[in-house]
Design a protein around this ligand. Structure first.
Ligand SMILES: [Zn+2]
Length: 337
């Protein structure tokens, strides 16, 4: 087995399951490929089935926001089958990053080699059963509307219609971590877009627009060390205006380890974090109410920073637990450049 070869070569005597997952995910550089770790543990999975997903788009996955042309499709499909629209959107994001052309790795199901197709990653047999030609152009798992309606029907008929999304999602992809992932993403979408999908939508961008994102949320290598990056970095020159992404109350404004100085704002059910400010870049004080789009500070280059930039993060829940417990999420689910 490949993992045994790696551990022998690296001189690791007693690898844990975590080591195995780590080796695999480091190789792929993406937790998105986590389902592929099956072949490390299950003798019945053919390692040759482990191929790169040609349709996988890291950018689509990184950005996370629901494409505006798809939002009404999720809402209408969910309404037709009596389920929640944000469950469908979360599946599409988790499965393919909203990529209609996604093709999954080869897997063995019931002794046959097969692979998942399209935005909702249907196995051909499953799509054949649940799918219909929604828009009169031929039935295809690569047609976003056909795929989304088929997923809505599958979720509805496996528990979704009576609100048992855990069971329905487990039928969709038999792994507890998958169910947890999708439910967490769905909860974010509900919070951002509202129960009916017609809420405020995305929040304000945290700084002047036009500056590139130089580091995304997730694992990254810094000075040769792998580490989790709990936010995004935006390459703003020192002194660039910073804005509140939503209404809220300032809960921290001052020195913070690693960040130089930071501003933390408590919103309804999450906090936003602005890092690497200089002391004179803080224009708000603790306890102050702020409104969406309000000027709150100026970006800097303080703390553990390799150049002028804004570190921006979002953590779920209330300050300070949200940060102490590292309940960070990808900020690009909430804000878009
Ligand atoms: Zn950062």
């Amino acid at each position: 087995r490949f993992d045994e070869v790696v551990f022998q070569y690296a001189g690791i005597k007693r690898p844990t399951n975590h080591d195995r997952i780590y080796i695999l995910e480091t190789g792929y550089g993406a937790t998105l490929e986590r389902e592929n770790s099956d072949w490390l543990f299950r003798p019945d999975v053919d390692p040759m089935s482990l191929v790169q997903n040609p349709g996988y788009s890291p950018d689509a996955y990184r950005y996370g926001a629901i494409p505006s042309n798809l939002l009404p499709v999720f809402i209408d499909a969910a309404k037709k089958y009596g389920i929640k629209w944000y469950i469908l959107a979360a599946i599409a994001y988790r499965e393919s990053g909203f990529n209609p052309n996604a093709v999954g790795p080869w897997v063995t199901v019931g002794g046959k080699m097969t692979r998942a197709l399209g935005m909702m990653q249907f196995l051909p047999d499953t799509f054949e059963y649940y799918g219909t030609d929604v828009n009169g152009n031929g039935k295809s798992p690569f047609d976003p509307e056909d795929a989304i309606y088929a997923a809505a029907r599958m979720i509805a008929e496996n528990g979704g219609r009576v609100g048992n999304y855990h069971r329905a999602l487990y039928r969709y992809n038999r792994a507890d971590w998958y169910v947890r992932d999708v439910l967490a993403i769905a909860e974010n979408y509900r919070a951002i877009y509202g129960e009916d999908g017609r809420g405020q939508g995305l929040l304000a961008w945290p700084t002047e627009r036009g500056y590139p994102i130089t580091s995304f949320f997730g694992l990254r290598t810094l000075s040769g060390e792998e580490e989790m990056h709990y936010g995004i970095d935006i390459a703003t020159p020192v002194g660039t205006p910073l804005y509140a992404i939503a209404d809220g109350v300032v809960v921290a404004a001052g020195p913070a380890r690693g960040y130089g100085n930071w501003i933390v704002i408590q919103h309804l059910d999450f906090v936003s974090i602005y890092g690497h400010l200089y002391a004179d870049g803080i224009l708000v004080s603790v306890g102050q109410r702020v409104t969406k789009g309000q000027l709150i500070g100026k970006s800097g280059n303080a703390g553990r920073s390799t150049g002028p930039h804004l570190h921006f993060g979002i953590a779920l829940g209330s300050f300070p637990q949200a940060i102490q417990q590292k309940r960070y999420v990808n900020p690009l689910l909430y804000v878009q450049p």
